[in-house]
Design a binder for this molecule. Structure first.
Ligand SMILES: *[C@@H]1O[C@H](CO)[C@@H](O)[C@H](O)[C@H]1NC(C)=O
Ligand SMILES: *[C@@H]1O[C@H](CO)[C@@H](O)[C@H](O)[C@H]1NC(C)=O
Length: 411
């Protein structure tokens, strides 16, 4: 006979796992996998979109728009290279990676003509960084901090393979750092300022500058390689780290715990909003978690925005609205990530607008609006970043693997 104490204990365990199970199954099926989701076609939305195809604009995972200069910056890895080397999705064939790494391209957005013509230039990183000191970047997301009228600082995660024959990429994953550069507007090179390497930063996805040379950066998974990584979209495991100007980093979020509902699951391209709050999207559970950065450099969660679809990068526009890309059909997206030449990845664009609440406020309210969707991947395929140009109303979409970027003009 079990004691009453034991009975209560076991009932609690059963009830707890039933609740978790219900939540899990429902969430995994409807939100993460998207069973039963109605996906719309691109012509149902008031935009005309076109692909901009150029060998240098392949696999541009992340974009940033400089409003002042009307220049769009893109971090592009090359589609073939990304198919081989993409540590975030455990693609770890270092030999298939483009030896020159990622390329940073600046596009003059006002020069994009209806015939697809545009003027652009490459921004060459100068300095000694990376395992071989050969100034090669393998970047994912990135962020920019406007310092003054002529100066921008760029923060790039660098997820390069370890250098040397003792290091097997498939066993170790990437040798991760964050690299900071100084760029003078209008130039075609940027100067390396510093490298941040820390045990608190192992799988950096996208940084967000928070002033004074400090930044936050999402670790999209809790481990670099191995079976646990495959479970993390469900059980959680990523973190957000804080790094000071001097390169000291620590985890700014709570470590993943037993109540997996609270854990960060595949935290992706986080951003600092115009309101100063930190927005952390999930590529697994379809939420954007809203945090405030405390004076002791930890993050306190204020709110959860339920978008209901796996999300990638969050990009604030000049008005303060947040634009985020979603994957309405993750099974299809996985196929397209593996081979973007053969498969399409349906895409959704959301605008998240704050309707209530301030920086210190926990009574936040947001409106989530679907702005475009492309069920067939007819034009947009595998979008990972959406940038909104408030002046023209245009949208620019980058994709981690697709061999093009997309421009959408409001009709
Ligand atoms: C790892 O990266 C650091 C910083 O870039 C570099 O100094 C080190 O040599 C790298 N280690 C290996 C084994 O590649
Ligand atoms: C940091 O500050 C917040 C808010 O005051 C507090 O809740 C948290 O416990 C502090 N964390 C640490 C590690 O001191």
């Amino acid at each position: 006979m079990p004691s009453i104490g034991n009975l209560i204990y076991y009932s609690a365990v059963v009830a707890w796992s039933a609740a978790i199970y219900q939540f899990l199954i429902k969430d995994i099926l409807t939100v993460s996998i998207g069973l039963g989701r109605v996906i719309q076609s691109i012509d149902e939305f008031p935009y005309s979109c076109q692909r901009i195809e150029h060998p240098q604009l392949e696999a541009c995972e992340d974009l940033w728009l400089d409003q002042q200069e009307r220049v769009l910056y893109a971090a592009c890895a090359g589609t073939k290279s990304r198919m081989a080397w993409s540590p975030v999705i455990s693609r770890l064939d270092a030999s298939g990676r483009r030896p020159s790494g990622s390329e940073i391209i600046a596009l003059d957005i006002d020069s994009i003509a209806p015939n697809g013509f545009f003027s652009h230039r490459t921004i060459v990183p100068r300095g000694s960084f990376g395992a071989r000191g050969d100034a090669v970047l393998d970047t994912v997301g990135f962020t920019s901090e406007v310092i003054d009228d002529s100066t921008i600082h760029f923060y790039f995660p660098n997820v390069a393979p370890y250098h040397g024959t003792y290091f097997e990429a498939k066993e170790l994953g990437a040798n991760a750092t964050v690299e900071v550069f100084e760029f003078k507007r209008g130039n075609d090179e940027m100067k390396h300022l510093r490298t941040i390497q820390s045990p608190a930063v192992w799988s950096p996805n996208r940084p967000a500058a928070v002033g004074g040379g400090a930044f936050l950066v999402s670790n999209d998974h809790g481990v670099k390689v191995g079976w646990r990584k495959q479970l993390e979209p469900i059980i959680g495991g990523g973190t957000v780290a804080y790094c000071s100007y001097t390169g000291k980093c620590h985890s700014a979020t709570l470590p993943p715990g037993i109540d997996i509902r609270k854990n960060l699951k595949f935290p992706n391209g986080l951003a600092k909003g115009k309101d100063g709050l930190i927005y952390v999207p999930s590529s697994a559970d379809g939420t954007v978690k809203v945090f405030t950065l405390q004076p002791n450099q930890t993050l306190t969660q204020l709110h959860t925005i339920r978008v209901g679809m796996p999300l990638d990068n969050v990009s604030p526009d000049a008005r303060g609205d947040l634009w985020v890309s979603g994957f309405p059909d993750v099974r299809q997206t996985m196929k397209a990530m593996a081979d973007p030449y053969q498969h399409v990845s349906p895409a959704t664009v959301f605008r998240i607008r704050k309707v209530k609440g301030g920086r210190e406020d926990s009574k936040l309210e947001y409106e989530v609006k679907k702005m475009i969707e492309d069920k067939e991947g007819a034009i947009i395929s595998g979008a990972t970043t959406v940038v909104h140009d408030v002046k023209s109303g245009r949208l620019f979409l980058g994709a981690a693997a697709s061999p093009f970027i997309v421009v959408c003009e409001p009709r």
